[in-house]
Design a binder for this molecule. Structure first.
Ligand SMILES: Cc1cc2nc3c(=O)[nH]c(=O)nc-3n(C[C@H](O)[C@H](O)[C@H](O)COP(=O)(O)OP(=O)(O)OC[C@H]3O[C@@H](n4cnc5c(N)ncnc54)[C@H](O)[C@@H]3O)c2cc1C
Length: 427
């Protein structure tokens, strides 16, 4: 592939001055998405099953190791590049992009993000050795990682210690507890669990959060519960149980205490859930334009062929206005998103942090706004199950529910952090 050629499509993040590497990765994601993921998307949604075939394609294309450092055999993509590529995948299959985010984050947090977190020399050395093992699993064995944090309590909201505990034992850790909403349940080879170190003093403390990988084959680990949700059905986010699960010391994905520091140092780590939804917003917009132009056969969902009868709806001023509104919202989402990924870094300024929250909120709520307008303006036949719009509408509703930055909690943080400087109180 000639990486100097201009792109033949406008990426989900918009047209930016991409590097040659970014153009090449975006082209790869776009092609995979268009030819493989989009045709399969309805299948995972209908059956609420995991997109294994898409993961085989991601693995073959090298995209499971996108954020593994080059020195460890990965593609060494930085934060911004990952976010652009993820949006492109989200355009074609939301469930694939969202679960891929859980996997990629497991390599990005331990890779490029960990590089920006303060550690002692001893911690840095320990982390380098253990992360090499973990990168090796992805690079050499195509391993898939999940990121189960949620417990149904205030913990995933960042407001309480995790109830899942890890107790130090000879040679490793003994883990007990339960996680809910674990995307990739049953598909992942390793589950990167956040848990609280049980120091035996009955005083769990969020500063003692550990980030530990549990192999799917570990005795005492089990998966339970049904999965029949509104949207993002292919994520298969079921419950996990840990009953005296022993894992060796080397399963620690970060040294003790470093996750807590990382969450404070790198707020952009939580923004990685949003590109999936920027992709979905693009998909709803793209569909609307093609549908109103009469390029999609509403009976079959197939592209209208030359000579085939086609219903155009583009001549109605109300539909033109709706498309304009959708484009305005999409452009503002893209503008905030691309600014936020360009300035993502450890210890951002207050303005950068506010922009990050604003970008996250705009994408998560905006994606569903665009999907809602898309259905309203395309009309009754457009919401049938053989067309993608109703799936995009359901999938796009799910972004705002994701902790720690639900739409509500972002508003909460922005309001509070605008009106109060760190440490300020009213009493
Ligand atoms: C499709 C999908 C995939 C997911 N995949 C994963 C995954 O892979 N890994 C993972 O860890 N999680 C995942 N989640 C879970 C997600 O991040 C949330 O944890 C989950 O949606 C929260 O559900 P809940 O009913 O417990 O939420 P809520 O009840 O909204 O929140 C839980 C708790 O957080 C606190 N809280 C929430 N809102 C507020 C507020 N406004 N003010 C103050 N406190 C508040 C409260 O203590 C509340 O009890 C996924 C969710 C979805 C929809």
């Amino acid at each position: 592939m000639d990486t100097n050629l201009p792109l033949s499509f406008t990426p989900a993040v918009g047209d930016l001055p991409f590097t040659a590497r970014q153009r090449s990765l975006l082209s790869l994601a776009h092609e995979l998405g268009r030819t493989r993921f989009a045709p399969r998307a309805a299948q995972w949604d209908e059956t609420a099953t995991f997109p294994f075939a898409n993961y085989d394609d991601l693995r073959d294309a090298g995209l499971l190791r996108l954020c593994v450092p080059e020195a460890h055999g990965g593609l060494g993509a930085d934060y911004a590049t990952y976010m652009m590529v993820a949006a492109e995948i989200g355009r074609f299959c939301g469930a694939t992009a969202l679960t891929w985010n859980m996997h990629i984050s497991s390599t990005m947090w331990t890779g490029v993000l960990a590089d920006g977190i303060a550690m002692t020399d001893a911690e840095r050395t320990e982390h380098a050795r253990r992360s090499a093992l973990h990168f090796g699993r992805v690079v050499n064995h195509g391993a898939i990682y999940a990121q189960p944090f949620s417990e149904g309590s205030a913990a995933a909201a960042g407001r309480a210690p995790f109830g899942t505990t890890a107790k130090k034992v000879d040679g490793g850790w003994r883990i007990n507890g339960r996680k809910i909403f674990a995307s990739l349940a049953g598909a992942a080879h390793y589950y990167g669990v956040l848990c609280t170190e049980d120091k035996g003093d009955e005083h769990p403390d969020a500063r003692d959060t550990l980030y530990i990988s549990v192999p799917a084959t570990a005795p005492g680990f089990s998966i339970s519960g049904d999965w029949d949700p509104l949207g993002m059905r292919g994520t298969v986010s079921r419950n996990l149980h840990f009953q005296d699960v022993f894992v060796s010391d080397d399963e620690q994905l970060m040294p003790r205490g470093i996750y807590f520091k990382g969450a404070q140092t790198w707020p952009a780590m939580f923004f990685t859930l949003s590109p999936t939804y920027l992709g979905l917003a693009n998909a709803a917009y793209d569909f609307t334009v093609r549908y109103l132009r009469g390029e999609i056969n509403e009976a079959t969902g197939a592209p209208v062929q030359p000579g085939e009868r086609s219903v155009k709806r583009r001549m109605f001023p109300t539909k033109q206005i709706a498309v304009a509104q959708m484009r305005i919202q999409l452009e503002s989402m893209r503008a905030l998103f691309t600014r936020a990924i360009a300035e993502a870094r450890p210890n951002p300024s207050k303005d950068e942090r506010m922009r990050l929250y604003a970008a996250h909120f705009s994408v998560m709520e905006g994606a569903n706004d665009i999907a809602r307008l898309a259905i309203r303006t395309c009309g009754g036949q457009s919401m049938m199950k053989h067309l993608p719009l109703e799936r995009l509408y359901r999938d796009s509703r799910c972004g705002s529910l994701m902790l720690p930055w639900t739409a509500e909690l972002v508003l909460d943080r922005m309001g509070r952090e605008t009106l109060y400087e760190a440490g300020e109180r009213d009493d």
